[in-house]
Design a protein around this ligand. Sequence first.
Ligand code: CAA
Length: 694
Amino acid sequence: MTEINAVTTLTRDGDVAVITLNSPPVNALSAAVRQGLYDGFKAAGASDAKAIVLICDGRTFIAGADITEFGAPAGTPTASLFDVQTMMEDSPVPVIAAIHGTALGGGLEVALCAHYRVAVPSARLGLPEVALGLLPGAGGTQRLPRVVGVETALEMMTSGRHVPAPEAFKLGLVDELAPEGELRAAAIAFANKCVAENRPLVKISDNNTKLEAAKGHPEIFANFRKANARKFRGFEAPEANIKCIEAAVNSATFEEGLKAERTLFGGLMSGVQSAAQRYYFFAERQANKIPGIADDTPVRPINKVGIIGAGTMGGGIAMNFANVGIQVVIVEQQQAPLDKGLATIRSNYERSRTAKPEETAKRVGLITGSLSMEEAFKDVDLVIEAVFERMDIKKDIFTKLDAICKPGAILATNTSALNIDEIASVTKRPQDVIGLHFFSPANVMKLLEIVRADHTADDVIQTSMKLAKKIGKIAVLVGVTPGFVGNRILGQRQREAQKLVLEGAMPWDVDRVLYDFGFPMGPFAMSDLAGLDIGWVKEKSHGETIRDVLCEADRRGQKTGAGYYDYDENRNAKPSPFTEQVIHDFIVKSGANPRKISDEEILERCIFPMINEAVKILEEGKAIRASDVDVVWVNGYGWPVYRGGPMFYGDLVGPAKVLEKMKEFEAKMGEQFKPAALLEKLVADGKKFADLKG
Ligand code: CAA
């Protein structure tokens, strides 16, 4: 064995040279990896080896460029990725990439320069750069369509999807599937076969057949753009990826296409969107790290989960666990709502069709119902209460759970607002009590706020964090505070949206500004969708708010064809003269004059108080770090990821500007805009929101 450098070795197996990378955690293409590859291929090429296999140790093949290097000052010059790729493609002996784990981004771009690819069935391949606001900048945009065709390349590159190896095999991206666990031997055997059969040295960049099929058909691109316009709205990277594939089709040579790729890559790399998306990538991973709780803290086994409440929330929560094979029992007080809840779960599974019918049946079978907590919860490892938001009801339930559940069971509440310390206080085991705040629909939404109460034990937090990952959630640990992190910040935006309307902005003005900012919809459109009458009581309604008047006029949102907006039969919204008149009357009655409010003011009034509130949350230690706030808002509330999150955006605007505006608003409109003391300090110290810790 020759040690090429700290992360690369070269060994020999008969006629085959084997280059092995070992650069944990994911063999990213750091400077050392690039240099190791370069020197490794050079040494292998200089030997009498008749073929070369590139394989990785550890959990994965190369998972891409080293994202931590992006935007960092250049270190000592090393071999470029381009140098490595050229050496691979031009190798006079066959080069075989042996893939396990993931071959992503730059990793797949390296593999595409091998003459052949062998993969185990569990491997996944893809060009996920779009998720980082980028495009594959190492020839991937030019090589992938040459292998899989233009349409598939468009889909893969704009979705960033990780394609399972068996599908990649069908697409021609993988040449042979190797038995699981036998990749090295299979790749060496494949290499020997190439030599014995004198197989051609396939150079993807030379083969234009699949591009020819798309030449003279610009409608392929036009149709793709049109079909995905909604999905790509606001993002720069999908369009740049599409343009690269267009360049692959329309350029006279491979090199000309590469040039277009390089220019478009440079544009994205220096832009704000990619900076935000790369920041967000690490923010999400950072959220898993809990200071003071080591990653190897033992977890409690969770094999059976109890849920109280078979409503939309309880049912959605149940599906998460059944999806990963965990048994669930749901308890309701009456048979009818229990039956209804279980039926809804069944029909949700049938409609979603994400799993094969037999798998769906298995999942449905894992969820049972019961009318008795005593019976159902004796042996559960975790119970999640998802009933009405009333403290007396929750306390009653937790008193019962304390009596029923076995020692060590985790007792969780899905409350979105109530004080979990108070709930825990009725039990003799507050160390086992935690908040698991799912977002609706709970089987779809990724965010999970895990709420640490005063006495919650470390292993209960650790178990919850690991369990969240297992069920595919992105978890953020927060503290007990009204509305926790997400809803507490949302409260600021909602209040300002309502106030702006009472000063003269129309609901559709507020909605448009927030939609253009990148939210999927504004607060008024959202209310119409959810139903204006949620929490509205007819008997108690006396026209005191705009909502009261709208509901009294039976304008209860989309479901009644009218709310803040008017809706046509296809639920297309248009501004409503009725609502406009109602608003006008309210303003006149208050003795004020409606005023013209600029888009800039709408945005600043809605967003800056959110940033200020986030700072207060951190000041109070209710979130661990600024980036956790961003993870909550991107995942749970539709904050556009290309703007990073409220804290990242605050840094873009500049803390000084946010403070100045908050002071200006405070002087004009009072207390509610009072800047957080920590915001003042941040500005005085010349620091950034991103530096804040809770
Ligand atoms: N660069 C640097 N670090 C990376 C990385 C990368 N490309 N990919 C993952 N990591 C780090 C993570 O930050 C994490 O670090 P910590 O343990 O310190 O938090 C660690 O590797 C493990 O990552 P995950 O927690 O995400 O592990 P996982 O097993 O859940 O997922 C993965 C593994 C699927 C590879 C996932 O990490 C991932 O999707 N990585 C990004 C892949 C990617 O986008 N590649 C393209 C890069 S851009 C590019 O290649 C441009 C180009 O054209 C040259």
